[in-house]
Design a protein. Sequence first.
Length: 318
Amino acid sequence: MLPLPDEPLPALAERVWGLLQDRAPFAAPGAPVTPHADVVLRSSGSSAAAKNVGHTYASVDWAAQAGTAVIGRHRWLLVLSPVSAGGFMSLARSEAPPLIWPGLGARFDAEALTAWYPGGATGISLVSTQLARLLTVAPALLQSMAVVLVGGGPLRAPLRQRCEDLGITAISTYGATETLGGCVYDGIPLAGVKVSLQDGQILLDGPNVAASYIPGPLLDHPWPTGDLGGWENGRLQVLGRLDDMVTVKGVNRHLHEYEEQALRRPGVLEAVAVAVPDEVDGYRVEVFVEDGQHRLPRLPTGKPDRQALLRRARGDSR
């Protein structure tokens, strides 16, 4: 197994694409090598310590084919880290060499992406904030895509409506590094993916679900995601995290309630609520937003860095 170097993401993407074609085992930068997996990816670590997740090429192939059965075959434009689940599966699904944005790894710049884009891709995977910025700057780029997958968080109704008004096929995906990214499209599990609920928690199972973390432990099957969910009109609704409930002034509150409230303000693209202990109120909740003046700190996956925001809320400058 090849341990990948910590190099600029565009070069890393080229390397991962080549390894996928050769079926060569590799471990993402910072992940341990192992003889018990073909690919080792690191979870985002957005809300907890990152984990090393081992997958086989058989599971990668299955996940790519299951997604392709729904959205068709495409050449992908890569704007996510090639060793995040979403970016990696964009490479794994691409029917031709992907178009790799040279700006990978830097702060997302919709104008720079639009100026560089040479055309030729028919699929793109994004997080919702990237989608919102492209809708403002370059809707024509998105309109040229046969499919736009949106992951890393919810595709909220106003953003989906903007896509529909412009004729953009945007699909909300739900999954994790442990499931090789999105395996539920617009609330409907891919064929072969099993979704169940236990005490409100979403559990996932299928050939795409990893057998083990590296070096351990084994994953439970079905795998408990830590997310709350329910069914509405036959579609899975993700309602938040099990661990996002805090007690504020004697009342139990979900952090996503604060985020939803912030998102109602004009111009707010994304909101992240974090809670810090308070001797008087139990917890104090702070909400950070991304809008025209403010940017959220982000992980290479494109997700907000909740740990960095928690440190900021605590007054820790590290």
